[in-house]
Write a protein that binds this ligand. Structure first.
Ligand SMILES: Cc1ncc(COP(=O)(O)O)c(C=O)c1O
Length: 395
């Protein structure tokens, strides 16, 4: 669909809908009037086919217990095969009411109190919390940052794994907020290190479908023809891709029978909840009918990124902009334009923006900000203009 037409059909005002992003600004940032570009959901309605299916279900009027249908399984299996060349079996799939919840469960099931767990920082802050909240030892390893291009420091990773006797690695692929879509050789190297030292890998691939032109997500389970599949668990969802996060439904893929047995034995002690019918249905229909919508949304994200990059490069070349290979979250390094302890004042009080601060993702990243680009291009324009105007006033 033509971009303007798509925007007209799908952009929507979210204030007054109990939106965490728009209606909880006061609570989170102390100012209800900020332009919100933080938490990772979109101002774009889900595909109309999904909305229709949900409407039909709502009109039926009964929201009783449900089971997971064959249609659902097929939609997930087909999506992973067609989009990601990843062939899974029905019996490998498990379900969770959110990827973060799944990660918390994995930490409990596959490690013990005081065990060491590795994450590559900067990374999505619930990864940190899942480790700390469960009294495990958090081992962070900063990605190497070369002018905003983040790569893995393999030597450092291996050193930390050995020194701390790491048991679990929580991987983010594609990486939020570094914007990287990891190449197969990068994945192979880190997965090899984990295998060598018996470190189980949780691969959070929730951003799998949001990749920019020229980049392709490779599921960790198919790296090196599946060499590492037995040593990992994958979590993914349609929630980030199709803006369905509030329906809290995600997929867990465990191909290794022993890991699956362990997961099943332990999870039954803490979770006996049936699946959410609306979450399951929305996921199924999105996977069956959402491809065209997704292409439109990716174009909007990429255009928003190119606009932001061009304008900021032109007016404030001192800001280092991380290239957006995947996700819809761009990471900016403001350290050359502003002292790190003044970033909050600048971005929030002067530019009037609610964004994610770099230090949320790792201690070394104070001075960075993360901006959500899955939104109205007018919002991106306003944000960029505010940053440029307020920067000029600083000088
Ligand atoms: C890497 C990553 N994992 C998980 C989530 C959230 O997943 P869920 O809402 O299913 O808990 C996000 C949301 O931004 C994310 O970026």
């Amino acid at each position: 669909m033509q971009k303007e037409k798509f925007l007209k059909e799908y952009l929507v005002e979210r204030k007054g809908t109990y939106s965490l992003k728009w209606d909880a600004l006061d609570k989170r940032f102390g100012n209800a009037d900020l332009t919100s570009m933080w938490v990772a959901d979109m101002e774009i309605k889900a595909p109309k086919e999904v909305i229709e299916a949900l409407k039909e279900r709502c009109e039926h009027g009964v929201f009783g217990y449900s089971y997971v249908s064959d249609e659902y399984y097929n939609s997930v299996i087909n999506w992973l095969k067609e989009k990601h060349n990843y062939e899974i079996k029905k019996e490998w799939l498990r379900f969770t009411n959110g990827v973060v919840t799944a990660i918390y469960c994995f930490v409990n099931i596959f490690t013990k109190v005081d065990d060491a767990i590795l994450i590559l920082t900067p990374v999505y802050y619930p990864f940190h919390n899942a480790v700390k909240d469960n009294n495990r030892k958090l081992i962070t390893c900063d990605l190497k940052n070369t002018d905003g291009y983040f790569t893995i420091d393999y030597d450092e990773v291996e050193k930390k794994i050995v020194e701390n006797n790491v048991k679990l690695f929580i991987q983010c692929s594609p990486h939020n907020p570094a914007g990287r879509v990891w190449k197969e050789e990068e994945l192979a190297k880190i997965l090899e290190i984990c295998k060598k030292h018996n470190v189980l890998v949780i691969s959070d691939e929730i951003h799998q479908d949001i990749t920019m032109k020229g980049y392709k997500h490779i599921p960790s389970a198919i790296v090196a023809n599946g060499k590492y599949a037995d040593n990992l668990i994958t979590v993914s969802a349609a929630s980030k891709t199709f803006n369905l996060a509030g329906l809290i439904h995600s997929n867990i893929i465990i191909s290794n029978a022993e890991l699956r047995k362990k997961y099943d034995e332990e999870i039954k002690k803490i979770n006996q909840t049936e699946i959410s019918i609306l979450g399951m249905l929305a996921t199924q229909v999105a996977y069956e009918k959402g491809s065209e919508w997704l292409e439109n949304v990716k174009e909007i994200i990429e255009d928003n990124f190119n606009y932001l990059k061009t304008e900021l490069n032109k007016h404030i070349p001192e800001i280092t902009i991380t290239n957006l290979e995947g996700t819809y979250l761009v990471f900016l390094d403001l350290r050359k334009i502003i002292p790190i302890d003044k970033v909050k004042e600048f971005i929030q009080d002067k530019c009037n923006l609610a964004i994610d601060f770099g230090e949320w993702f790792g201690a070394s990243f104070k001075g960075f900000i993360r901006i959500n680009l899955a939104t109205d291009p007018e919002i991106v324009k306003k944000a960029v203009e505010n940053i440029i105007t307020e920067y000029k006033k600083l000088k």
